[in-house]
Design a protein around this ligand. Structure first.
Ligand code: SF4
Length: 278
């Protein structure tokens, strides 16, 4: 098993640069929260956070944000759960416009997910009380009622939903759930996987060959080392590492094409022609 402690001792400068990267990218809005935050009531923010998290599959951060944004504009706020719900044809029209011919494995399930989140909200009409009155484990269990949120462990979408509810903005909604019991494993996003494999503790021994439990333990330990008070912020920041954005990697788009990135001298993907002009 890769040792996080050993890696930090062996690579102090890289670890320090990563801390700076995390500090900087922890301020970048989460793609789901960016849309959900536009909702006008706390209930709608929670509902749209659950929907966006459930749709976050086989799409990039940017791709998920575009899909969720289009749905929000077509069926804003409480239209997510108000009866009568939109037809599958109408929902699919909205999604098809965003996809513009691009394949998305989840496409045929989007209407079902939309209706299921709406049904969940109608079953839990006071969503704020639902979050505040439950332990993380109870929230995790309840989320199993939503189509495609996962039924058995590991339920990575349910875990991610909990962090989006409780993490401070702009990583999450900054809510509080009932204290007690552990928080779930941190989200192991594609960006975090890339980071651990390329510039993180698994860069020499390899990441892909690790068992799923070892991968999860590695991201938990490394994010805790990077951000001891709030490891979910480290997990949030790492999701943007080499993640496709609108025209380039999100990290490049936000660092004047790498020139202002703390990882510039360590990253093989750095744009060496950058002149610092954004
Ligand atoms: S690609 Fe550029 S912005 Fe992204 S991590 Fe590498 S150096 Fe930083």
């Amino acid at each position: 098993m890769v040792s996080v402690k050993r890696f930090i001792l062996d690579e102090p400068a890289l670890f320090s640069a990563t801390e700076k990267f995390v500090q900087s990218f922890s301020k970048v809005p989460d793609p789901v929260i960016a849309v959900a935050s536009r909702a006008s009531s706390p209930e709608a923010k929670i509902a749209w956070t659950l929907l966006g998290t459930d749709l976050f599959q086989d799409r990039t951060c940017y791709g998920v944000e575009k899909v969720l944004e289009a749905l929000f504009e077509a069926f804003p706020d409480e239209k997510l759960w108000t009866l009568p719900v939109p037809t599958a044809t109408r929902i699919n029209e909205v999604i098809e416009k965003v996809l513009d011919g691009e394949h998305w494995s989840l496409f045929e399930h989007v209407a079902g997910i939309f209706w299921s989140v709406g049904f969940f909200v109608r079953r839990h009409p006071d969503l704020v009380a639902w979050v505040e009155g439950r332990l993380p484990e109870e929230i995790w269990r309840d989320l199993g009622e939503i189509y495609f949120m996962g039924k058995s462990k590991p339920r990575i979408k349910a875990n991610a939903a909990i962090y989006r509810l409780v993490a401070p903005a702009p990583a999450g909604l900054g809510m509080s759930c009932r204290k007690g019991g552990p928080l779930p494993p941190l989200p192991l996003t594609m960006g975090a996987r890339r980071f651990l494999a390329i510039l993180g503790p698994a860069k020499d021994e390899g990441f892909s060959g690790l068992e799923p439990a070892e991968k999860q333990k590695l991201v938990n330990n490394y994010c805790t080392a990077l951000c001891p008070g709030n490891p979910c912020l480290a997990a949030h920041a790492l999701q943007f590492f080499l993640e496709d954005g609108k025209e380039d990697f999100i990290c490049r788009e936000r660092t004047c094409r790498c020139s202002k990135c703390a990882l510039y001298e360590y990253c093989d993907y750095a744009e060496h022609k950058g002149d610092g002009v954004c």
